[in-house]
Design a protein around this ligand. Structure first.
Ligand code: PLP
Length: 422
C-alpha cells in the first residue's frame, strides 16, 4: 500500500500528524454534513501538483504572465468539461470558492446600493445571498424572501409580489438548507417580469442537476454559480456558468481582476478531474443512491418521532425539526454535540420560524452525499436515521450513547475510507 504522506512525514512531521488526525476523524465517523463529500484519490492527486507554482492571471490565451501554455490547457479542459456537464455556453472555473463565485456574479449585475433578493439565511439561504454579516448585506439593499409558514416551501406568488414592489437588480434562487425542488423556470419569469437578472446558486444540488435528477437552471437563469465540492464531489472551489455571450466580459472581469488575483490552477486541475468523473454513467447511479439514501435517513428519523421540515426531501438533504423531541428541551447544538460523541457528524441548523439563535437552533441538517460515496445503502441510512432519533431523544443517557457509538463502528467497518492511503 502506498504511504501517501511519506514525503510530508519526513519533511514536516507536525503537519503530517495533523493531516493523519483529520483522516482518522473522517474514517471513524459517519459524515452527514450536507455540504461535504469525499473526493476521489485522482482529484486529490491533481490538487497536489506543481500547478500550484504557476501564476496565470487572466484567461486561457490572454494571460498577464508568460509560461502559461500548460495551465491554459488545464483550464480549457476544465471549462470544456463543465460546459458539457451542464450544457451551457460559457464557464469561468476560477472562483476560489462558492462565496467568491457569488461575489463575482452579484457584483457583475448589481451596483452598491442596488436591491438584491435572495432567500434569507434563517429560512435556508446562504450568507452570500444578503446576510448583513456578509459583503452582500453590506453592499446591497437586501430584500429577502422567506418560506410559506404553512408549507415551509417557497411561495412563488409572494416572491413575485415582492419583486414587483422592490425592483431588485438581481434575484437569487438557490439555498443551503432547502430540501425540495426549486422551480427555476418560475423564478426566471418572476425575475424577468420585474426587470431583474436571475442568478441561481446551485451549490448544494449541482451533482443532482448534472445528472438530470433535479431540473436544470441553465436554460432559464442569466447566471448560475456553484461550488464544486458538495453533491458534485470535486475539490473545494467555485464556478460560474452562463449562456449569453453579452455577459461574458462582465462576469469574467468580475472574477479577475474584480475580486481575485491569480487562479489556483492546481485546484482547477482537481475540478477538471471531478467534472470528468461526473460525466461518467456511474455518477448518475451514485446520485440516484444519494436521493434514495436521503429519503431513508428521513424515514429513520421520522420513525423515532422527529418531524421533517416540509415532510420529507426531494434532494440530498433533510432538515429535522427537534422542537417535539424531549419536550422541546433539545436544541440543534445539543443534538450536534451528542451525535458527534457517538461518531455521527451533522450540523445544527435553523428551521422555518426559528425561535432560537443561529448558534443554538432548533434543528439539524442531515445530508447523504458523503455517506453514499462511502458506500452506505438505503437500509444503512434508515438505521442511521433511527440512531439519530435515539441519540437526540436521550442525549444525557450514557448507555444509549455508548450503544449508538458501538453500532456506528459496526456500520462503518464494511466501508473503509481511502484504503489506498494506508
Ligand atoms: N452557496 C451555497 C448555497 C452554499 O451552501 C455555500 C456553502 O455552503 C456557498 C455558496 C459558499 O461556498 P464556499 O464555502 O465554497 O464559499
Amino acid at each position: 500500500m502506498t504511504d501517501y504522506l511519506a514525503g510530508l512525514r519526513a519533511q514536516d512531521p507536525a503537519v503530517a500528524e495533523l493531516v493523519g488526525e483529520e483522516l482518522a476523524r473522517q474514517r471513524d465517523s459517519i459524515e452527514l454534513i450536507a455540504s461535504e463529500n469525499f473526493v476521489s484519490l485522482a482529484v486529490m492527486q491533481a490538487v497536489g501538483t506543481p500547478l500550484t507554482n504557476k501564476y496565470a492571471e487572466g484567461l486561457p490565451g490572454k494571460r498577464y504572465y508568460g509560461g502559461c501554455w500548460a495551465v491554459d490547457k488545464v483550464e480549457n479542459l476544465a471549462i470544456d468539461r463543465v460546459k458539457q456537464l451542464f450544457g451551457c455556453n460559457f464557464a469561468n472555473v476560477q472562483p476560489h470558492s462558492g462565496a467568491q463565485a457569488n461575489y463575482a456574479a452579484e457584483s457583475a449585475f448589481a451596483k452598491p446600493g442596488d436591491a438584491i433578493m435572495g432567500m434569507d439565511l434563517s429560512n435556508g439561504g446562504h450568507l452570500t445571498h444578503g446576510s448583513p454579516a456578509n459583503f452582500s448585506g453590506k453592499l446591497f439593499d437586501v430584500q429577502s424572501y422567506g418560506l410559506d409558514p404553512d408549507t415551509e416551501r417557497i411561495n412563488y406568488d409572494e416572491v413575485a409580489e415582492r419583486a414587483q414592489r422592490c425592483h431588485p437588480a438581481v434575484i437569487i434562487a438557490g439555498a443551503s438548507a432547502y430540501p425540495r425542488l426549486i422551480d427555476f423556470e418560475r423564478f426566471a419569469k418572476i425575475a424577468h417580469d420585474s426587470g431583474a437578472i436571475l442568478m441561481v446558486d446551485m451549490a448544494h444540488i449541482a451533482g443532482i442537476v448534472a445528472v438530470g435528477l433535479h431540473p436544470s437552471p441553465i436554460p432559464f437563469a442569466d447566471v448560475v454559480t456553484s461550488t464544486t465540492h458538495k453533491t458534485l464531489r470535486g475539490t473545494r472551489g467555485g464556478i460560474i456558468l452562463w449562456n449569453d455571450p453579452a455577459y461574458s466580459r462582465r462576469l469574467n472581469s468580475a472574477v479577475f481582476p474584480g475580486s481575485q488575483g491569480g487562479p489556483l490552477e492546481h485546484v482547477i486541475a482537481g475540478k477538471a478531474v471531478a467534472f470528468a468523473e461526473a460525466l461518467r454513467p456511474e455518477f448518475k447511479t451514485y446520485i440516484g443512491q444519494v436521493l434514495i439514501n436521503a429519503k431513508a435517513l428521513g424515514r429513520g428519523m421520522e420513525s423515532r418521532g422527529i418531524r421533517l421540515v416540509t415532510g420529507g426531501t426531494d434532494n440530498h438533504l433533510v432538515l429535522a425539526d427537534l422542537t417535539k423531541v424531549a419536550d422541546g428541551q433539545v436544541s440543534g447544538k445539543d443534538a450536534e454535540q451528542a451525535l458527534e460523541r457517538v461518531g455521527i457528524t451533522v450540523n445544527k441548523n435553523t428551521i422555518p420560524g426559528e425561535r432560537r439563535s443561529p448558534f443554538v437552533t432548533s434543528g439539524i441538517r442531515v445530508g447523504s452525499a458523503a455517506a453514499t460515496t462511502r458506500g452506505f445503502g438505503e437500509q444503512d441510512c434508515e438505521r442511521i436515521g433511527e440512531l439519530i432519533g435515539d441519540v437526540v431523544a436521550h442525549i444525557d443517557d450514557e448507555r444509549v450513547l455508548d450503544r449508538a457509538e458501538a453500532e456506528v463502528k459496526e456500520l462503518l467497518a464494511p466501508h473503509p475510507l481511502y484504503p489506498e492511503l494506508g
